[in-house]
Design a binder for this molecule. Sequence first.
Ligand code: CA
Ligand code: CA
Length: 457
Amino acid sequence: MKLLLIYICMALQLIPTVGLCSKPRLVISSDFPPIDVIPGTITVGAPEKRSDPDDVQSMVRFLVYSNEFEVLGLIAASGTLANVANKQHILDVLNIYEKAEGNLRKHDPGFPTADALRKVTKAGLSGTYAKLYEQILGEGKDSEASDYIIRLLKDPDTEPIWFCFWGGTQELAQALWRMKQARNPKLLKQAIAKIRVYMIAYQDGTGQWLMENFPDMFIIVNKQAFKGIFYNAPGADTTMGDLYWINKHIRIDHGPLGMIYPESGWDHTKKGVIEGDTPSFLYMFSGISGLSHLEKPGYGGWGGLFRPLTQNNKHWMEAEPDGKSINMWQYAFQNDFAARMDWCHADFSAANHNPVVVINGESSKEVLMHRARAGERVKLSAGGSYDPDTNKLSYRWFIYPKDDNVIADPSLIEATAENMSFIMPSLEANGELHIICEVKDNGIPALYSYRRIIFTH
Ligand SMILES: [Ca+2]
Ligand SMILES: [Ca+2]
């Protein structure tokens, strides 16, 4: 993922960032409730069943994206009102995924087997949710999951490992605490160098402990902006995720996984998409599908837009708490989810698949880099873009993220043709102009694909 020159497009010297040779490696940790979870606002029922169903919603969505990643771990961290870590809850979902995986493979042979996912499903420590770090770290606090994380971190493979935390971070913190005790600073340093964290809020005291103790560890904290994925978030189109939408596109007639998608999150009166944890892996999907870049949270994409908290650019937090940096992509990521739920039961010819964006003849999913002088006319072409279902394509080019210091050529503001050109504006020293090419098909549901082109002087 380093920015290296590997290919020069003849027409425009568009330089893709280095290719992803393999899928990103990923561990999900979730405060995962039982499938028959009772929303926490319903005050009857056994405590171990009463919790927040949103992680089940997120897990259904994650599994239909599991072809995009090398899933190294699924960790059951403490959850439910009873504060238990029970990996059987995840295994129960994998039994259901097993009924859909054959059909999913008609759409991409890269979907993992349920068996492969079972092998990496690990139990975290019970009793950690919402506790102070002093209460949950140290001797006697190891778990199957923290031991497994140590094995992953000690492995000589230096490729990054992404940890998406849908609940508390105790298991990673405990693994690092244990490695610190071993007094092998070289090994610990290697471990830190390959860790990438995306955490949804601080759900136990170890989140802040990680931030304070590991200034060199790559950590994204999404404290509040994750709510931008809620169907009822400010600025969201509620019809793209309310009960009617989830029934039509996810829950009914979409195979076995859709049937377990809960109607609500914690509050049973708010029925619809409440997948607060989903932005963690949408960030990753966005980073490998042309819109953004895994190592650059400041680029912005489906998982939000972030700003650095530290000068070394290791710790990041959302640029704005209001969630708009997520729900601005709502039509795209909701349609994408709906299409993949069709993949659970439909043949290839009866479902939709994303278009492939080609920019100036370059067809990878990499972010493209280009140098241009202020005042120079730049020509971009999405000609050659195509759709695996032979759908008709439409185009939109826009600047993202917006930079108030850049006075853009008006022809760049609303460009909707396959080809476009603009006059390169003047940038500040080390300034970048990011242009997104969005290509949308006319399938049902309509799917979006992207490429990002970054201009510098
Ligand atoms: Ca959660
Ligand atoms: Ca298509």
